[in-house]
Design a protein around this ligand. Structure first.
Ligand code: UD1
Ligand code: MG
Length: 451
């Protein structure tokens, strides 16, 4: 059975109070639209049609970034959910199979639920996804007769008795494409809101002899996002399930609630994550690594056995090979650090490569930026960089070389050479005491003048 997804994403999202279209607000660093698309991707859709309106150009660009084969159609005026789905009519004119309607602002429908909807389609022509609502509020109510769904009544149009129903409409549905577009053509807007309700197709289908049912899922899956508070709650739901998945896959999280994950964070088994670690997008951590407390990682790759932090920052392009150690207050950006190298204290390593087993002393900085351009620092294998070395890029330090503490390296260092560039030390005997006496006397004079 071929499946086409129709994702509704034209709404303004007034309650977000934002210039950004609602569906582009991020959850765990990916737009909610992307979460909805990846939920739908479980069905291996043959086509994906996104119905966009508010912020059309931005929504289109974001959609194509996730799936360049998706079709984005414009709903210039938001005349209701039926009108929205109808915008996909032309894009799906030659499509044979099932249409599954998803909402861009309801991103967490589970793969199992989508499978149940498709399974229910074997016996019914139209399948609606409902849920038992804790607080049914303003959701549309499902009016059932046994396992047949008779109609959906919107809150504003419902009688007091209907408002007592707690089985609510999530908005998601599955229907044969030809039947769906036939039904949509018959929907009018004679209702409390003057909108074309997608929900009206239920009663239309039933009256024309089609079998309609509803299946239900957990309320958390139908969580709709309408405000910043909803967005934060959705992020929390995502975090909880992503943490649970890591634990399930053999990752140790010492304090799961304090670890923030991105939509694409990948962590191998037997890796240990200490409390208060933040993952930005694009992070892969291999098996058996240790990410210590208060570290921040984004766009980086950490290999087996590496130790990162506490208080480390790995920025995009940081590539740590096996058994690398990166310690406290170390920032690494766009740099390859080879096997077993150590950068343990207070350092910045950017636009650089560090060879195997090399030790970078405390307070070392690759001076990569001259105010106009970025330059590369290349450090070989088995190098010892003394504490407080400034490496003024572009510069190369050969294998087995050393730099003396406090050295400012401005030209290349040959393999096995020792670079030393600092003022020669001179001890002036008694000078400290003399200076102290002068300063003490001066301070005493100043204090006396004031009183
Ligand atoms: C809709 C359902 C309601 C259900 C609820 C679940 C209808 C008539 N009502 O109500 O039964 O309980 O969702 O959240 O379908 N959209 C468009 N274009 C439009 C209108 C809406 O793209 O012209 C999109 C919105 O961006 C949103 C989704 O469709 O993603 C739902 O629209 P919304 O206005 O929130 O519908 P509700 O009134 O909440
Ligand atoms: Mg809504």
């Amino acid at each position: 059975m071929s499946i086409a997804l129709v994702l509704l994403a034209a709404g303004k999202g007034t309650r977000m109070k934002s210039d950004l279209p609602k569906v582009l607000h991020p959850i765990a660093h990916a737009p909610m639209l992307e979460h909805a698309m990846s939920a739908g991707a479980h069905l291996a859709p043959e086509r994906t049609v996104v119905v966009a309106g508010h912020g059309f150009d931005d929504v289109k660009a974001a959609t194509l970034e996730v799936d360049e084969t998706a079709v984005v159609v414009e709903q210039a005026e938001q005349l209701g959910t039926a009108h929205a789905v109808d915008q996909a009519r032309t894009a799906l004119a030659d499509f044979q199979g099932d249409v599954v309607v998803l909402y861009g602002d309801t991103p967490f429908v589970s793969p199992e639920t989508l499978d149940c909807m498709i399974a229910a389609r074997q016996t019914h022509d139209l399948v609606i996804l409902g849920f038992e609502a804790q607080d049914p509020g303003r959701y549309g109510r499902l009016v059932m007769d046994g396992d047949m769904l008779q109609r959906i009544v919107e809150f504003k149009d419902a009688s007091d008795a209907e408002r007592q129903i707690t089985l609510c409409n999530s908005g998601l549905l599955a229907c044969d494409a030809r039947l769906l577009f036939d039904l949509l053509a018959q929907v009018g807007n004679n209702n409390a809101q003057g909108e074309y309700y997608l929900t009206d197709i239920v009663e239309l289908a039933g009256s024309q002899g089609h079998k309609v049912t509803a299946i239900s899922c957990d309320e958390s899956e139908t969580l709709g996002i309408n405000s910043r508070a909803d967005l934060a709650a959705a992020d929390a739901v995502f975090q909880a399930s992503a943490r649970a998945a890591l634990l399930e896959n053999g990752v140790t999280l010492m304090a799961p609630d304090t670890v923030y994950l991105a939509f694409d964070t990948m962590i191998g088994r037997d890796t240990l994550i200490e409390p208060n670690v933040v993952f930005g997008p694009g992070v892969t951590v291999e098996s058996g690594a240790k990410i210590r407390a208060f570290s921040h990682l984004e766009g980086c790759h950490v290999s087996r056995g590496a130790i990162v932090g506490p208080y480390a920052r790995l920025r995009p392009g940081a590539e740590l090979a096996e058994d690398v150690h990166v310690g406290n207050f170390v920032e690494i950006k766009n740099a390859q650090v080879d096997t077993g190298a150590k950068i343990n204290h207070l350092s910045y390593v950017g636009d650089a490569s560090v060879g195997a087993r090399t030790n970078i002393g405390a307070g070392t900085i690759t001076c990569n930026y001259d105010g106009f351009m970025k330059h590369q620092t290349t450090i070989g294998a088995d190098v010892f960089i003394g504490s407080d070395t400034m490496l003024v890029a572009p510069v190369t330090v050969g294998d087995g070389a050393m730099t003396a503490t406090g050295t400012v390296v401005t030209s290349n260092v040959e393999p096995d050479a020792m670079a030393m560039a600092r003022a020669k030390q001179e001890n002036r005997l008694g000078s400290a005491r003399k200076l102290r006496d002068i300063l003490r006397a001066k301070k005493a004079r100043l204090t006396k003048d004031k009183t």
